[in-house]
Design a protein around this ligand. Structure first.
Ligand code: TXA
Ligand code: MG
Length: 324
């Protein structure tokens, strides 16, 4: 009898050797767990149909939900998609960083059509994390990388989260420590006359509006979602989540924020006792995971202010609390 398959992937600290190894694996069509400044990504060769299909399979992600393509230089993004003056202004201001731009894809860009999930657009991002940039360079091609979690569940902000969620569906996870931003990139659609905010994220809406003017909201078209990642239920822990909580109900775990915290929770984790939304974003997904494992009946989340990264936090909490 052969020994059972190991259920945990190889995790290596980020250094020149592990980056080179990741590059070889990616060129061979394998998947690698990759630290970025927002969340960990499940990276694969964006130019390979097989590798991109393997990403969808590993996450159990619906094929209609397109992937972000990651590049290490803005020039590479311009080769893949058609930049306009708004895209240039935003790339100059926010890249490298947590902003994803959805733009018309170039016919000869070489990126697998699966990344676009049937749309004639492509989402591109230049991450600020040095390890992510080094791995993209080592792979010598753009990398498709959704968050490295099973579809619909809480995103990963540590290498251990990736291993726990994806197991050996990923060949190697590079451990770059906890993510600095903690929530996913802001996704902005620049394919129409006015820029549309598809997903609030690490680049605050206020700062984007200061650069290019007012952002529109995606139209709530019946039966069709412009950005499938904006599905109502997403980012969800296993336990039911109650948002806007000011008191604790019996046997609840509490995701607290600020200094005025109700007592009596089965377990309490405070996103930021001082009320700092950036610190709260950094801790959000790790704390949700820990509270999820607390043995409580449900999780109650206190209100977080709707400013800066607080908007992204509230977006994730609302989706995590939505009916499944
Ligand atoms: O911070 C991030 O963006 C992370 C790290 C790994 O870079 N990635 C990430 O990928 O969050 P994912 O797949 O979990 O979320 C990508 C979002 C989804 O909501 C998807 O629907 C949307 O971007 N998206 C991707 N391509 C799109 C396109 N062509 N048009 C509209 N939305 C698109
Ligand atoms: Mg995701």
């Amino acid at each position: 009898m052969s020994p059972p398959e190991p259920s945990v992937p190889l995790i290596l600290p980020a250094n020149a050797d592990s980056v080179a190894r990741a590059g070889r694996l990616l060129r061979a069509g394998q998947l690698v767990g990759l630290p970025t400044e927002t969340v960990y990504g499940l990276a694969g060769d964006a130019t390979s149909d097989r590798a991109v299909a393997a990403i969808f399979a590993a996450k159990d992600r619906p094929a209609f939900n397109p992937l972000i393509v990651h590049v290490a230089e803005a020039a590479e993004a311009r080769r893949l998609v058609e930049f306009d003056s708004r895209a240039e202004a935003l790339a100059a201001r926010f890249w490298p960083g947590p902003l994803t731009l959805v733009l018309p894809r170039r016919a000869a860009c070489g990126v697998s059509l699966l990344c676009s999930a049937g749309l004639d657009t492509l989402a591109v991002r230049l991450p600020a994390h040095r390890v992510a940039q080094a791995v993209i360079r080592a792979a010598e091609r753009p990398l498709a990388a959704p968050s490295a979690n099973p579809s619909g569940w809480v995103s990963p902000t540590t290498a251990q989260h990736v291993a726990a969620g994806l197991g050996t569906n990923v060949a190697l996870v590079i451990d770059g420590g906890p993510c600095g931003v903690g929530v996913e990139s802001t996704v902005l659609d620049l394919t129409g006359p006015s820029p549309v905010l598809l997903r609030p994220g690490g680049a605050p809406e206020e700062e984007i509006e200061a650069a290019i003017g007012k952002l529109a909201r995606p139209p709530a078209e019946a039966g069709r979602v412009k950005s499938p990642g904006m599905l109502a239920s997403h980012y969800a822990p296993h336990l039911p989540l109650r948002i806007g909580a000011r008191e604790v109900e019996p046997d609840e775990a509490l995701l607290a924020f600020g200094s005025d915290v109700p007592k009596g929770a089965r377990m309490t984790l405070n996103l930021s006792p001082s009320g700092d939304v950036m610190e709260a974003a950094q801790r959000l997904f790790d704390y949700l995971r820990r509270l999820d494992a607390s043995g409580a009946r449900g999780i109650a989340a206190m209100p977080v202010p709707e400013r800066g990264l607080g908007r992204a936090i509230n977006d994730r909490l609302r989706r995590a609390a939505a009916p499944r």
